[in-house]
Design a protein around this ligand. Structure first.
Ligand SMILES: *[C@@H]1O[C@H](CO)[C@@H](O)[C@H](O)[C@H]1NC(C)=O
Ligand SMILES: *[C@@H]1O[C@H](CO)[C@@H](O)[C@H](O)[C@H]1NC(C)=O
Length: 517
């Protein structure tokens, strides 16, 4: 009897911990809509823990995403719909094709996003959700690549989820224009502090958002305007965002001044460590250091050019370590020290003390996991923000980076060796990991708190920055500076006229005297 009661208490305590014991119970059950029909699975992984925590607090969550939920991902209280359109299905995209080629990446979005905008409101389930949008207390929108969903947010309360962390353009739209003297843009150097770096960063900070807006967003906007002629532009609709949940944390990246409605929930997708399956835990046990390699869900190893595959196989064969490799096809060679599997419980693997190096494409989510769990990173970035993340890891002293064109068997072996034998990397990443975990509320609790807060306060308009009402001319004081310059010029001219009048008369007097002589 007592045993049973203890058991019930333990279970109850566990449940409370899971849903955030730090938070008071919600006033009522809310109806929440999450929109991410264009996003990759990894972006959805940022939403899932929040969806789970919200349903555990008695709210109803409806989600529109780009891929079906696996059985293990299903959550009671969550209604999930898949966007059936093929335009952004993962098997139609090969990121190795776009390696270090921003133009190709732009082109892909440029071709496919307008098609998405054209077609998505014909999908019955999307139409239905759109017509029902007023039933929801709040809409959570993945703010990157999902512009097609802005019509949902008009006349509505919505929260932007920035799965890629800080987005300077969104920040500026919200009324927090960040200074490019030290805030890097999306693609560039992590620390733009040298003179040349500042020039480059300033130019990119200005021209990247402009070219994104004109070459990628404008055609999407055209399609949306055709369908919803009465709606204002995306930018105008984005301005009404109540809050941004950002997948970043000051302990792991840049420290920037933030508004009260820019909330950092970096590591939101990181779940408590679970026990590993038996085959994996057997493989990891012992005293031999382990290298774990995964290029994520978008840059699949199976899409990797053959020459690179050969390099990995021959380098791994020579390592005095064990290797766990997330690889989506039958391996071409069976090696004794290499364990290959299509899918890996990555977080639980990175948490294992024997795992000493994480070979990664440096996507933001994997990088945050490595930081949180304290595993040094060997970066092999493929595209988008990955090169920047990899460079940042080098700057922070928690990892090394190899560019794909430089990749050789020897370089790979040497770099792994360096990361395992030089204790600096371990020490640095362990201290960051400790700082990242040291928070008043967990990332999930923070996200739950602010989502409920926005609903409780009908959009929480009191959080909005007064900068939103200024034009960039006012923000940079350009009008005042112009006025000041004009005034100074007038004063200067007046003084000059006065002086030349006084002395000039004498001069003229002298001259005329001379003439008369
Ligand atoms: C938005 O709200 C305004 C004022 O309540 C209303 O006049 C307008 O029709 C609404 N527009 C849409 C598209 O719902
Ligand atoms: C702007 O946001 C507020 C608060 O969430 C909401 O009530 C209002 O309908 C929104 N207006 C527009 C035009 O989207």
């Amino acid at each position: 009897m007592v045993g049973l009661r203890v058991l019930v208490l333990v279970v109850l305590a566990g449940a409370l911990q899971a849903v955030g014991a730090a938070l008071p119970p919600p006033e009522r059950s809310y109806n929440i809509l999450m929109l991410l029909p264009v996003s990759s699975k990894s972006h959805r992984n940022v939403f899932m823990p929040l969806a789970k925590a919200l349903t555990q607090r008695g709210h109803k969550v409806t989600m529109l995403s780009n891929s079906p939920l696996s059985e293990a991902e299903e959550i009671p209280g969550l209604t999930h719909y898949e966007n059936p359109l093929v335009h952004f299905k993962i098997d139609t995209i090969n990121t190795f094709d776009m390696m270090d080629d921003h133009e190709k990446m732009f082109k892909m979005f440029n071709e496919r996003l307008p098609l998405m905008a054209r077609d998505i409101y014909d999908v019955p389930i999307v139409k239905n959700l759109y017509n029902r949008r007023k039933e929801f207390d709040v809409i959570l929108l993945d703010s990157i690549f999902n512009e097609v969903m802005y019509p949902f947010t008009f006349n509505h309360t919505f929260i932007a989820v920035s799965t890629g962390g800080l987005d300077p353009t969104m920040s500026s739209i919200m009324g927090n224009t960040l200074n490019p003297a030290y805030v890097p843009n999306f693609l560039e150097v992590p620390k733009p502090l040298s003179t040349l770096g500042r020039w480059k960063n300033l130019a990119l900070s200005i021209f990247f958002p402009i070219s994104w807006e004109y070459s990628v967003q404008a055609p999407i906007q055209d399609e949306i305007t055709k369908r919803f002629p009465d709606l204002p532009s995306f930018r105008e609709m984005a301005r009404n965002v109540s809050l941004t949940l950002m997948n970043s944390h000051f302990s792991t990246s840049l420290v920037v001044p933030l508004l009260p409605n820019q909330v950092e929930v970096g590591g939101l997708h990181i779940e408590p460590t679970k026990r590993l399956p038996k085959d994996l835990s057997d493989f990891l046990s012992g005293t031999t250091p382990v290298v774990y390699m995964s290029l994520g869900s978008v840059a699949r190893s199976s899409a990797m050019p053959q020459e690179y595959k050969d390099i990995f196989f021959s380098a791994f064969a020579k390592l005095p370590y064990k290797v766990l490799w997330k690889f989506e096809e039958e391996p071409q060679q069976k090696l004794k020290n290499v364990f290959v599997q299509k899918w890996m419980p990555q977080q639980d693997i990175l948490a294992h003390p024997n795992v000493k190096v994480f070979i990664s494409h440096c996507g933001l989510l994997g990088s945050l996991e490595a930081l949180h769990l304290g595993t040094p990173i060997l970066g092999l970035p493929v595209f988008a923000d990955q090169p920047k993340n990899a460079k940042l890891h080098e700057v922070m002293g928690i990892g090394r980076k190899i560019s794909w064109p430089d990749l050789t068997e020897q370089l790979l072996i040497d770099t792994i060796e360096e990361l395992i034998t030089n204790p600096m990397y371990q020490e640095n990443i362990k201290s960051i990991s400790a700082a990242m975990k040291d928070r008043p509320m967990s990332a999930v609790e923070t996200a739950v708190y602010w989502t409920e807060y926005v609903i409780r306060h009908q959009g929480a308009v009191h959080l909005r920055s007064p900068e939103r009402d200024l034009t960039w001319v006012q923000l940079l004081h350009l009008d005042l500076l112009l006025l000041l310059h004009v005034a100074l010029l007038l004063i200067y001219v007046a003084i000059w006229k006065f002086v030349s009048f006084c002395f000039g008369r004498k001069d003229r007097g002298n001259k005329s005297k001379r003439k008369n002589e």
